[in-house]
Design a protein around this ligand. Structure first.
Ligand code: GDP
Length: 306
């Protein structure tokens, strides 16, 4: 079945880039020649799989079980890389008070759109959602978030330009509790004068939320632009220094041939990809599924096996 905006569809460019040239080489063959291995390595690096994961995948292809062809070994290697990161925790627990999800990421990564799509996903599951604009620097960002709230039937908490983001987040938790919201999504600033300011502010927002509701935020999600490739890895490292990141939302998978960055993230950061963005519409956000991802990159063949 091919769903519009599915992970498989959004991987079309990456799949073509990765396998356009090497499909013949990897499927059906037990052993690859040095030239074929080198071609595969080049393709993996071009798809932004990163050095570390590429080395593991090549080792899997060279040393995998004798009864598997190279494609099956590559698939198994990808699964092993993805399974090396802890699984993305679902946040279904129904303790008293709202579940608070903090959304971080640099401007342009697709942060506001992803908050809107998350709202859609949660609303579709029958949850009461509140969106809070704690990016008090960009009036346009707050306005965009308000539109997403309207569009998805969520409540919205705005802020005055220049207001203290930690105070806005604190008040938003109170508002969500008063309203009986199930999930509060807090959108944060994506650009400040320096990276240090950005980190400090995020940490402040996080502690204000924890002060108002012990145990919160229950999830801290980092939005990364899937087209930014390796640059996304440095952003993730930077944000991780400020707050513990539980999961990544990788956006614009549909617009890139570099979807292999998912493997680099798992291998190098050990942070799970929780969701992927597969388009610009409200429904274009999918919970990440390692099996679906690997199938999307290397189609299963009749003889290719598991
Ligand atoms: P922010 O500055 O991080 O809040 O970024 P926005 O949410 O405004 O998104 C920046 C642009 O990326 C907008 O044009 C979005 O429609 C687009 N965008 C976000 N996510 C996706 C995605 O998964 N796929 C595609 N194709 N575009 C996306």
């Amino acid at each position: 079945m091919s769903l519009l905006g599915s992970i498989r569809d959004s991987l079309a460019k990456t799949r073509a880039g990765l396998f356009g040239a090497v499909a013949a080489a990897v499927s059906g063959k037990r052993a690859l020649s040095p030239d074929e291995l080198a071609a595969l390595e080049e393709r993996l690096l071009l798809a932004d799989v990163g050095l570390a994961a590429t080395e593991r995948l090549l080792a899997a292809v060279r040393e995998g079980p004798a009864d598997q062809d190279a494609a099956a070994r590559l698939r198994a290697g990808m699964r092993a890389v993805l399974d090396g990161a802890p699984p993305a925790r679902e946040d279904g627990a129904a303790a008293a008070g709202p579940r608070v999800w903090l959304i971080a990421g640099v401007n342009g990564s697709g942060k506001t759109t992803s908050a809107g799509k998350l709202s859609h996903l949660l609303r579709s599951a029958g949850r009461a959602v509140m969106l809070a604009a704690a990016d008090t620097y960009r009036a346009a960002a707050a306005e965009q978030l308000r539109l997403w709230a309207d569009r998805t039937g969520a409540d919205f908490i705005g802020s005055r330009p220049g207001a203290d983001p930690a105070g806005v987040a604190f008040d938003a938790v109170s508002a969500a509790a008063a309203r009986g919201s199930d999930v509060l999504l807090v959108d944060t600033a994506g650009r400040l004068h320096t990276q240090r300011h950005l980190r400090d502010e995020l940490a402040k927002v996080r502690s204000a939320i924890a002060k108002r509701l012990p145990g919160a935020p229950h999830r801290t999600l980092l939005v990364l632009d899937g087209t930014a490739g390796q640059n996304g890895l440095s952003q993730a490292r930077l944000f991780s220094e400020a707050v513990p990141i539980d999961g990544i939302i990788l956006t614009k998978l549909d617009g890139t041939a570099k979807g292999g960055v998912v493997l680099a993230i798992a291998e190098e950061l050990k942070i799970p990809v929780a969701y992927v963005g597969t388009g610009e519409g409200p429904g274009d956000l999918r919970p990440f599924d390692a099996g679906e991802f690997v199938d999307g990159l290397i189609p299963r063949t009749a003889d290719g096996g598991a």
